[in-house]
Write a protein that binds this ligand. Structure first.
Ligand SMILES: [Zn+2]
Length: 144
């Protein structure tokens, strides 16, 4: 998995995108979203070949809701870490839904500019969704 990944990277096949969408759809089915009633599921390929998933989890204290993508990064870390390579995020209508700003930042930590994201506008890189991102290098460059 090199750094020259592009949105048309042949390493992520159509079959793999379909598999990610299937897993994301499964997560839509278990999402806990009684307040917004927007059920979201996410699934991502990790650079070691495994797939991690997440769903949104809301709370009666509305602002505490956690997006599917953030829960996915928790699943990534708790299952051994690694780098995210390709991501599918679906809503209850089974169509792609864009990661919100907070999620883009979370995803950047574990996928960087090269992470491929299936959107309603086709496969985009996270670098396209979050240009000029703030990342780990910005912190280490300024630490005492
Ligand atoms: Zn989000």
């Amino acid at each position: 998995m090199g750094s020259d990944r592009t949105p048309t990277d042949p390493a992520v096949t159509e079959a793999l995108w379909s598999q990610l969408a299937e897993r994301a759809a499964e997560m839509v089915g278990v999402a806990y979203a009684p307040y917004s009633r927007v059920h979201v599921g996410a699934a991502a390929l990790v650079d070691d070949g495994r797939i991690v998933t997440g769903c949104n989890v809301e709370n009666a204290s509305t602002g505490l809701g956690i997006c599917a993508e953030v829960n996915l990064t928790g699943a990534l870390v708790s299952s051994g870490g690694g780098r995210l390579v390709a991501l599918s995020v679906l809503a209850g209508d089974q169509q792609p839904i864009m990661p919100c700003g907070r999620c883009r930042q979370f995803l950047y930590e574990f996928g960087g500019d090269e992470l491929l994201v299936a959107t309603s506008e086709g496969v985009l890189t996270l670098g396209q969704l979050l240009p000029h991102a703030f990342g780990p290098g910005d912190v280490s460059a300024r630490a005492d």
